[in-house]
Design a binder for this molecule. Structure first.
Ligand SMILES: *[C@@H]1O[C@H](CO)[C@@H](O)[C@H](O)[C@H]1NC(C)=O
Ligand SMILES: *[C@@H]1O[C@H](CO)[C@@H](O)[C@H](O)[C@H]1NC(C)=O
Ligand SMILES: *[C@@H]1O[C@H](CO)[C@@H](O)[C@H](O)[C@H]1NC(C)=O
Ligand SMILES: *[C@@H]1O[C@H](CO)[C@@H](O)[C@H](O)[C@H]1NC(C)=O
Length: 299
């Protein structure tokens, strides 16, 4: 993982390469449906819910229109989406949440509710984060502190992101990058298998974003998408030159687009991905168990 993190950072395709969602199982109560007591989210812009709004000088921000155009009250919250992101949908389906737990940096600003707030979970995701040599070994960052259930997602078909197509001759996908995404999945899976056999009591689900996005790109109509190459909001070819701003071209039918901006999925694509992670049967999209089964394990 450390090595892979390095590869990705070195080629720095984007900013947004790994996404990890983790929740702990302490005091887990079994209810009709999974009802997790707390969710802790780690990752990059795909699951950031406003962390970077609090980082002075950060350029990786999404707190301007048209971000949030489909979020309640049409506000830009810092999510890199027209509405919600996958962490929001996962939280909504796993328990009594309307969206992801708040960003840690938002929670600490309200000391009166900080302690009660963190008991339901925290979102630490920050756009632009990656796996570095000196942070990558902390993942099992977390087993030693008591985390037992790890829901992890691989990397999508990153060579086909609008921001990459815009930089590739002819608007083609960059297959080198797609190859890295597959290697990342395979290596992460072996690492998790080794770790869980050596550490009983730990369970994981690994989502295969690569296969999910490949399915949609190869056959958009099957899932109701019309445009799977260009972004909905942006500038330049494939609207892949720059982030979404108020001066960007904005598409009309956002639910028909796979990509919202140069690097991120639309709310609709995020919801579909979350539903696959949560409820997929079979091993194709999430392995060895889906997120619902993971949440329901009693330790
Ligand atoms: C694909 O991405 C790799 C890594 O960034 C880069 O070295 C290569 O030049 C790219 N290929 C094309 C065709 O753009
Ligand atoms: C990843 O693993 C699958 C299943 O074992 C295999 O078919 C595929 O070739 C592997 N891909 C890479 C890039 O290693
Ligand atoms: C959870 O992990 C344990 C080993 O840590 C394993 O024996 C068990 O089968 C896993 N549960 C599920 C539902 O996969
Ligand atoms: C999740 O996976 C289990 C085991 O494959 C399957 O029985 C179940 O239908 C899937 N969906 C949900 C919601 O648990």
């Amino acid at each position: 993982m450390v090595k892979l993190g390095n590869i990705f950072l070195r080629y720095s395709v984007a900013i947004f390469l790994f996404r990890v969602i983790i929740w702990s199982s302490n005091n887990y109560k079994l209810m009709v449906m999974a009802d997790v007591p707390a969710i802790f989210v780690f990752g990059d812009s795909t699951v950031d819910v406003g962390t970077n709004n609090h980082l002075a000088g950060s350029l990786a921000t999404a707190n301007n229109p048209y971000y949030g155009i489909d979020y309640p009250h049409h506000v830009a919250t810092g999510r890199f989406s027209n509405g919600y992101n996958p962490a929001d949908f996962i939280a909504r389906h796993l328990g009594d949440y309307t969206e992801s737990p708040p960003a840690f940096l938002a929670l600490v600003q309200k000391q009166s509710t900080f302690k009660s707030g963190i008991l339901r979970g925290v979102n630490f995701a920050s756009a632009g984060s990656g796996i570095l040599d000196d942070t990558g070994n902390k993942g099992f960052n977390l087993y030693n502190l008591g985390a037992r259930k790890f829901g992890i997602c691989g990397i999508p078909r990153i060579g086909c992101l609008p921001g990459i197509r815009a930089a590739t001759p002819g608007g083609a996908c960059n297959e080198t990058l797609n190859g890295y995404a597959q290697i990342f999945f395979n290596t992460t899976l072996s690492l998790l298998q080794d770790f869980s056999s050596a550490n009983p009591g730990m369970n994981f689900s690994l989502g295969n974003y690569f296969l999910m996005t490949t399915g949609v790109i190869d056959n958009p109509a099957a899932s109701g998408f019309v445009e799977v190459e260009a972004a909905c909001c942006g500038t330049g070819p494939y609207k892949g030159w720059f982030k979404c701003t108020e001066n960007s071209d904005l598409c009309k039918k956002r639910d028909e687009y796979l990509f919202w901006d140069w690097f991120h999925p639309t709310q609709r694509a995020s919801e579909m991905a979350a539903l696959s992670l949560l409820y997929a049967t079979g091993q194709e999209f999430v392995t060895p168990i889906n997120f619902t089964t993971l949440a329901n394990i009693q330790h």
